[in-house]
Design a protein around this ligand. Structure first.
Ligand SMILES: *Cc1c(COP(=O)(O)O)cnc(C)c1O
Length: 371
């Protein structure tokens, strides 16, 4: 008997999540002293100073378990967003909420999940792991959402429909009104999961976010994360806002301490630090406009983005992989999109001014002097 015989057959061909490359790896490989990472849509200003102070103070407490279900955090989130606390579930990143949604609602071999192709790889992975069919209608030209196609892919056994708004990796977004119309057009069993990881960066956010409109749809789950705007990617904190009956079941099955003590304290502090959030938003929005103009000048095709990253086709038409490698050699890590089935495109996170300048200078150098 081979060891792999002990693994479920439908899981054997799994490959690990393809993360952005690490800075240490690239420093070593190319003998560089400085590396700029613009690959994982992290906060260009780092973490909030208030959060760092709170974490230092909280270190004494790490021998304690957190409170199961993180009631202090869900209360703060409910107050902050004006939704009932009983509808809020915190998770070890929004990834955990995605995983729990699939496991809670989908009957393996019977139900299906619907999401656009390409989509965030966690939807694909967790659905497969649960033995559930994923139906993937194509995005429209230029990554525009074909919402009628999404609705048409559903049937009476559709448990979940995932919509990332703004989308990753394109940055495309639809106004909230269209999301509500989609929710109302779904079959009775289906829940619409709107992943708003990037919605804070949309302009104006109010036109896009479903959170203020949560009461308007009873078949909707909204996902948010502290990994992007709030700069807490390494601590793992996200949350879902969902109908109370669903939140109730989710808290029954969630591992009780999946959101750790430090993450909870950091989340509470992050909500308080409005100055840091304002500065982060300003940096991203200004940087996004400036970088769009600069990349366009350099002959790139830049897709309009409402998120904290830009997807673009580099000027050296055929060879995004070559541009990617040439950037690495110059100490710049961006995201190749081969794992999304888009080998001709790259994605770059909006950095701070210095990082953005280093990135465009490297691209200019590649364009003028070759790889
Ligand atoms: C980054 C991202 C998230 C956030 O995941 P966490 O687990 O909260 O870090 C969720 N959805 C999408 C589409 C993302 O790109």
């Amino acid at each position: 008997m081979q060891s792999s015989d002990r693994i479920r057959e439908d899981v054997r061909e799994f490959t690990p999540y393809a993360p952005g490359l690490s800075m240490e790896e690239i420093k070593e490989r190319y003998g560089l002293s400085r590396v700029v990472k613009l690959a994982s849509n992290e906060n260009p200003l780092g973490a909030s100073p208030l959060v760092k102070r709170v974490l230092a103070r909280k270190a004494d407490m790490v021998f304690r378990y957190p409170r199961a279900g993180n009631p202090a955090l869900t209360a703060a989130l409910a107050a902050f967003h004006g939704v009932p606390q009983a509808c809020v579930v915190a998770g070890n990143g929004s990834d955990e909420i995605i995983d729990l949604l699939v496991r809670l609602t989908c009957r393996p071999g019977h139900d299906n999940v619907v999401a656009f192709s390409p989509c965030f790889s966690i939807y694909v992975q967790q659905t497969k792991l649960c033995g559930v069919t994923l139906r993937q209608p194509a995005l429209g030209p230029d990554f525009v959402f074909d919402l009628p196609a999404l609705a048409a892919a559903c049937d009476e056994n559709t448990a979940l429909v995932f919509l990332t708004n703004p989308d990753n990796p394109s940055g495309y977004a639809v106004p909230a009104e269209q999301v509500i119309a989609l929710a109302r057009s779904l079959p009775p069993r289906a829940l619409l999961v709107v992943d708003e990881a990037y919605v804070d960066f949309a302009e104006p956010m109010e036109d896009y976010s479903m959170l203020a409109r949560f009461g308007q749809c009873d078949n909707m789950v909204i996902l948010r994360t502290f990994s992007k705007l709030y700069g807490l990617a390494g601590l793992r904190l996200g949350f879902g806002v969902m109908p109370e009956w669903l939140a109730d079941y989710m808290l029954r099955v969630r591992l009780p301490f999946s959101v750790n003590l430090m993450a909870e304290a950091a989340g509470l502090a992050a909500l308080e630090d409005t100055a840091f959030v304002e500065a982060s938003l300003a940096t991203v929005r200004k940087g996004r406009a400036a970088l769009t103009a600069k990349l366009t000048d350099l002959g790139c095709r830049v897709y309009p983005s409402q998120a904290n990253f830009l997807m673009f086709r580099p000027p050296l038409e055929t060879d995004a992989a070559g541009v990617f490698e040439a950037l690495l050699r110059r100490g710049l890590i961006v995201r190749g999109l081969k794992s999304y089935g888009l080998p001709e495109l790259l994605r770059v996170s909006i950095g701070n001014d210095e990082e953005n300048d280093m990135f465009t200078a490297a691209l200019k150098d590649i364009r003028e002097n070759g790889f």
